[in-house]
Design a binder for this molecule. Structure first.
Ligand SMILES: [Zn+2]
Length: 108
């Protein structure tokens, strides 16, 4: 069961209380199910609603995202390349016009 609970509570759990990642609350142990004498997270309410799994996934995603942001900030900022006259729709319209003109010439 330990392997499936890699998250550590952000705050120390006082005696008789456990932190639930589902609802992000410190809850009395009575709010948790117990399996083999160990508390089973998330809390009863989260297990019923299914919010626990989602919240744990969200927590993991946020953690990874923050890590990514931190790594990105560490790198030197590179400005995005700016293409001065980039007008794909205008170019497309011109091309279509020319093709249409060609077709008309061939047709006659
Ligand atoms: Zn909960």
């Amino acid at each position: 069961m330990e392997a499936s609970m890699p998250l550590k509570p952000p705050v120390p759990e006082p005696d008789g209380f456990l932190y639930c990642f589902g609802c992000e609350q410190m809850l009395p142990v009575a709010s948790f199910y117990f399996g083999r004498g160990r508390p089973s997270k998330p809390c009863k309410a989260c297990k019923k609603s299914g919010g626990g799994a989602r919240a744990r996934l969200n927590a993991l995603v946020n953690e990874l995202y923050e890590e990514m942001q931190a790594n990105r900030a560490a790198r030197p900022a590179r400005p995005a390349p700016i293409v001065p006259e980039y007008a794909p729709m205008g170019g497309m319209a011109l091309w279509a016009e020319r093709e249409e003109a060609k077709r008309r010439r061939k047709g006659r």
